[in-house]
Ligand binder design. Structure first.
Ligand SMILES: NC(=O)C1=CN([C@@H]2O[C@H](COP(=O)(O)OP(=O)(O)OC[C@H]3O[C@@H](n4cnc5c(N)ncnc54)[C@H](O)[C@@H]3O)[C@@H](O)[C@H]2O)[C@H](O)CC1
Ligand SMILES: [K+]
Length: 479
């Protein structure tokens, strides 16, 4: 099952891999034509009813595979208003090649005739709200015929994610959908077939530029557009919490605060004047500080636990006790990771171990990233938390789905890059689900590092990543 939003992301990832949408459209159109040939007897009348988006474009392609039927191709609207280049190019090809194209300027112009098979290519995943004219009248006319109705991707007017229609929708007999089943098709009274349109498996598996689409989606589940992040770290180390906090700020968090021992607070502050500190007494975290940390955590959307905390026994006990009483969202990094397998918690955790830390957590080791994908997925299911296992290919799994990321380079083995990653993950976890937050954080952190190495060669510092994070997350690079 794939949602329309995820489909758009995978599509963009496929294009970045060198399989552009026009190529996918050729496969889609071919699959639609095959379904028509299956439904139509020789000599049957076939009609294609097309909208001005890519759903219509799929049918323009199908027409070229249906020469035997010489179908009329009804375009609802003027050709100049076709909304995408690839659909327009396919329409132009039909006109130049003298297909039976018919432009419907007004719903009164629409004459469907009496076809045996109708292809509904008015609207696909691009539908918003109830069908407008002339699609509305055309849908009613299609529903009024005895013809076998084959819908392209989704019956026009139906929301592919929910199966609901805001008004009149096409009542299809068959649906030819692309790449994967859509959640909204299950409830329909139609035969659904899924056509493989040649999207590489890795367009879905590997993080890519399409994954960034999630960030343009406003989330109303949390207050503030991007959320507030609390970093709990520092003590034996001071740079780590400062890096995580700055990374969370660069990743768009509305507000970032750092809870660290008072003994190192001035030093942590000195890395960046914009950091807001909420220090606790002493020089390392202990259970004495848990009231303070809990009160702070309750005021934030996510907590990043671990950067520079150290592995003092009292600190690890404090992390364990904190998690046992916490039911919010947290990124767990560095020394804090080792307590995760022992703790019963209601919290939603995104754990960011490298492979050594994963083994220390009792997790699997596998050399090949594909093997690691399965092993990490099993271990995430066992833990009940999401894992982002860092490596040349990062592997991310919530125990159900698994993804990989291959941005990043050997220059990033330098200290502190993991703290930056944890900070980005903390900011993203405020608005995204843990699998998406982990995937996107790994992608952006690695991409930032790749751009720096492209520009200046190796010799990268973790702090170099910080100013690159916004562009890595929101685009602006030529992929
Ligand atoms: N990887 C893939 O999944 C591929 C899918 N393909 C096909 O592309 C469509 C989605 O195309 P898109 O251009 O995004 O949207 P639509 O064609 O569905 O619609 C856009 C079009 O419709 C107008 N519009 C929106 N809402 C309404 C409404 N309520 N009433 C009337 N008109 C409306 C809007 O203004 C636009 O003009 C997908 O379903 C597949 O069929 C690709 O071909 C291959 C890859
Ligand atoms: K359709």
């Amino acid at each position: 099952m794939i949602t329309a939003e995820r489909m758009a992301a995978v599509d963009e990832n496929a294009a970045a891999l060198g399989v552009p949408r026009k190529q996918l459209m050729e496969s889609s159109g071919n699959a639609v034509a095959a379904a028509v040939r299956e439904a139509a007897a020789p000599g049957d009348a076939v009609a294609l009813v097309c909208g001005r988006g890519n759903n219509g474009g799929d049918a323009f392609v199908a027409a070229r595979f249906l020469d035997d039927y010489d179908p009329p191709i009804h375009l609802l609207g003027r050709p100049e208003t076709i909304s995408t280049d690839i659909a327009r190019e396919n329409w132009a090809a039909l006109e130049r090649a003298e297909y039976d194209t018919r432009v419907v300027r007004d719903s009164r112009d629409f004459d469907l005739g009496d076809p045996d098979v109708v292809v509904d290519a008015m609207l696909g995943t691009g539908v918003t709200g109830a069908l407008r004219e002339p699609e509305r009248s055309a849908a009613a006319e299609i529903n009024g015929t005895d013809a076998t109705v084959i819908a392209v991707d989704v019956p026009s007017g139906v929301d592919a994610d929910t199966g609901e229609a805001a008004g009149v929708a096409v009542d299809a007999d068959r649906v030819v959908t692309f790449h994967d089943d859509k959640p909204g098709l299950d409830s329909l009274d139609a035969t659904v077939t899924v056509a493989d349109i040649g999207i590489p498996e890795t367009a879905e598996l590997f993080a890519g530029p399409g994954d960034r689409r999630l960030l343009s989606r406003p989330s109303d589940a949390h207050k503030g557009a991007f959320g507030e992040v609390l970093i709990v770290g520092g003590g034996p180390y001071t740079g780590a919490p400062a890096l995580s906090a700055q990374a969370a700020m660069r990743a768009g968090a509305d507000l970032v605060r750092v809870a660290c021992p008072r003994a190192v607070a001035r030093e942590v502050q000195s890395f960046e004047e914009g950091l807001i500190l909420r220090p606790f007494d002493g020089d390392h975290l202990t259970t004495d500080h848990l009231d303070h940390v809990h009160a702070l955590a309750a005021d934030h959307d996510t907590v990043v636990f671990g950067p520079g905390l150290g592995d003092d026994a009292a600190t690890l006990t404090a992390v364990r006790d904190f998690l046992a009483d916490y039911d919010g969202r947290a990124v767990i990094d560095a020394d804090a990771l080792q307590v995760v397998p022992e703790v019963e918690t209601e919290a939603t955790l995104l754990c960011t171990p490298h492979q050594g830390e994963l083994r220390a957590m009792g997790g699997p080791s596998a050399d090949d990233w594909r093997d690691r994908l399965d092993a990490v997925s099993d271990f995430a299911a066992e833990l009940g938390h999401t894992l982002l296992v860092k490596g040349a290919y990062d592997v991310i799994s919530d125990g159900t789905d698994a993804r990989a990321n291959r941005t990043g380079n050997p220059g990033m083995t330098v200290g502190g890059t993991g703290d930056v990653l944890a900070g980005i993950a903390g900011a993203l976890l405020a608005t995204q689900d843990p699998l998406d937050a982990g995937t996107l954080a790994a992608y952006a952190n690695g991409l930032a590092g790749d751009r720096i190495v492209d520009r200046q060669g190796y010799g990268l510092l973790a702090s170099d990543l910080l100013p690159e994070v916004p562009r890595a997350l929101w685009g602006g690079y030529d992929e």
